[in-house]
Design a protein around this ligand. Structure first.
Ligand code: GDP
Length: 320
């Protein structure tokens, strides 16, 4: 990427942004190096957005919500990037999230940038690429970044670990059973938003809201200054979408007042560094030729009882 491209990216040029993201997502070592260079350069221009994570089971209305929410944000003068962390995307294949056809109106807007989930890749996987893409989008002037993921697997934890505000979309009903959403996820949530609060479901949604509100009161939120909210909305009928955004702004104001905004990002970056160190070590271990040679020999020795597992493990580490 040339200096000119970098200027274009910082000026909000979509093609330059897409080009940089392609480098970030590439598996080629030379591209990865280029990408890291760009990231170093854009870092001072990044960080100026509100990062919002959105999760929920398939069918809860994530794309409908993001379309409505995104258009509302644009109406407020914002620029919105939508990224996806999709655990089910097959290697090199398509993805079920962040798909343009799922957010038709939003994807046509100049103020929106929608990027489907990258295929699982090298170090750090999809989460690493999404983090890096987020920085690029911020540098290109997008001031709200929505990171979408399905509520299955580990991806929600990864997303919760990269955003300022984490929201779980839920369905009306089943409030006493947490709808198969893992309790750990609800504990991470800054808000539960019960979608499809319309028509026949409106009343049920209100009841569900009360049930969750009482359940949440028993949980302890990590921040110390924020009590997770439970809200209802209808992404289809566009009701309460503005209230959800107002809540995010309220959180941001409170977090800024308590220093919670920066400290959350700081601890996310620290955690991420530690995860990367572990992954890098593991990669080093599995690709080291001496270790490769030693391993079968030591495995055999341990199996035959000629050496202890501890001594063998130490020998492998020493060979690194
Ligand atoms: P996703 O799989 O979580 O992205 O869910 P979708 O956004 O694709 O929505 C799944 C289905 O629920 C679609 O048929 C939507 O039209 C419908 N849906 C989404 N939001 C609402 C809502 O607020 N009310 C109602 N009644 N239906 C909705």
């Amino acid at each position: 990427m040339t200096k000119l491209d970098l200027q274009a990216l910082l000026g909000g040029n979509r093609r330059a942004l897409a080009k940089a993201i392609t480098l970030v997502e590439s598996r080629l070592e030379s591209h990865r190096e280029q990408a890291q260079e760009i990231l170093e350069q854009v870092l001072p221009h990044s960080g100026n957005s509100i990062r919002i994570g959105i999760t929920g089971v398939p069918g809860v209305g994530k794309s409908t919500f993001i379309e409505a929410f995104g258009l509302h944000l644009i109406a407020q003068g914002r620029r919105v990037a939508v990224l996806a962390v999709d655990p089910s995307s097959p290697i090199g294949g398509g993805s079920i999230l962040g798909d343009k056809t799922r957010m038709e109106e939003l994807s046509r807007r100049e103020e929106a940038f929608i990027r489907p989930s990258p295929a699982e890749g090298a170090l750090g996987g999809v989460a690493q690429k999404t983090r890096e893409t987020m920085l690029l989008c911020e540098a290109a002037g997008y001031d709200v970044v929505l990171v979408e993921t399905v509520g299955v697997g580990q991806s929600e934890y990864q997303v919760a670990g990269m955003v300022d505000f984490f929201m779980v979309l839920m369905l009306p009903g089943g409030g006493d059973e947490l709808q198969g959403i893992k309790k750990g996820i609800v504990e991470l949530a800054d808000a539960l938003v019960i979608n499809k609060a319309d028509g026949d479901s409106a009343k049920l949604a209100r009841i569900t809201r009360q049930q969750y509100s009482s359940a949440l009161r028993l949980l302890h939120h990590a921040s110390g200054f924020w009590t997770p909210r439970v809200m209802t909305c209808s992404a289809l009928q566009l009701s309460n979408i503005d209230a959800v955004w107002d809540m995010v702004l309220e959180y941001r104001d409170q977090a800024l007042a308590h220093g919670g905004f920066e400290s959350r990002r700081a601890s996310q970056n620290r955690d991420w560094m530690h995860q990367l160190i572990q992954q890098m070590l593991l990669l080093k271990l599995t690709t080291n030729p001496e270790v490769k040679r030693l391993l079968p020999v030591l495995e055999e020795a341990v199996a035959a009882g000629r050496t202890t597992a501890y001594a063998a493990a130490r020998e492998v580490i020493a060979a690194l």
